[in-house]
Design a protein around this ligand. Sequence first.
Ligand SMILES: [Fe+2]
Length: 432
Amino acid sequence: MKIRLFLTVAVIISATVTADYVRPLPRKTLQFPWNPKSPSYPQQVHISLAGDKHMRVTWITDAKSSPSMVEYGKLPGQYDNFAEGESTSYSYLLYSSGKIHHTVIGPLEDNTVYFYRCGGQGPEFQLKTPPAQLPITFAVAGDLGQTGWTKSTLDHIDQCKYDVHLLPGDLSYADYIQRRWDTFGELVQPLASARPWMVTQGNHEKEIIPFLKDGFESYNARWKMPFEESGSSSNLYYSFDVAGAHIIMLGSYEDYDEYSEQYRWLKGDLSKVDRKRTPWLMVLFHVPWYNSNKAHQGEGDDMMAAIEPLFYAASVDLVLAGHVHAYERSKRVYNRRSDRCGAVHITIGDGGNREGLATKYVNPQPAWSVFREASFGHGELKIVNTTHAFWSWHRNDDDEPVKSDDFWITSLVSSGCVAQKKNELDNILMTP
Ligand SMILES: [Fe+2]
């Protein structure tokens, strides 16, 4: 009897120990030693999708005279094509940015490696364009910052075979110190110069100074996204098509009520979505609507009240948010209830920033919440075909990427919800 009791206790203790993941300690902000370059040397190179078969190349030079020119071709060192772009710069209190170049290249072939050089000098970079058709793989990580954990997350993403990086807000954690935007650009360049980074903004991009700065000035200057290409008048909300997915990026801090410019644009954008061509509909924004972490609890409620009915009518498959420094995945939900025609909501604000993790949860776990954990990591979404996609979340377990949550998601096209709700959507979209 005593032996049986001892064994039972031992089993319970061992189960508790293995089930309770012991989180590693936070890591420090990375140090970026001063590394002087020639004034026209291209720095902080990153790329983003810019309309069908086009890519925007962004880089910064200290020299204002450096040309906004990109040479590119399919063989190393042989640049058969070139494009001229535009440039901008900004001042922020005592800081003056370098010359920020934005140059759109293309038309480019799908799923093809290109070699390119910025401004006629410096190193050769290599990019791969996304495929025209499914399958396609996305890497997802929000709230990155620039700490040792950010580096770990980026290293793990680099090990994954992916086509496009999606970032639901909070990039550099510059927080008014503009030099941090430059070090962030330097940190992400190896990845962001090779695959398109499609980003939306978070609270750490605001950098508002009353009467002096309206907000998002550095973000807009440095991370120009294809808003013009998608009929938007603001870099803070836009959309794009890639392979079989239509992806909408919204601004959590822009007006979103039904009379707002963002809402009006969103309705117009949804009216153009053709689910035969892009069967998957995804949305990213910063502040999550479905969040059972105590951090930022309820912050997304107003936006959810304004926009969720529209998303529901439009049969949005998947919503990716950040802001909360933890990971959480919902069932298909609408109006806080499980609903087979609602979206799956994923919070993935656990990229590794200096503020650390949000470890306290609301209990009991709401019925809509399937999986929640406060650990740094990244997500991967492989859309396999019109009907199925595979999502996985990879925790930074010390320095290993450990798959900690995964599931198959079935599209709302294949479950009949899109066809079922067509009239409802048309009615909403026709309302002025
Ligand atoms: Fe945030």
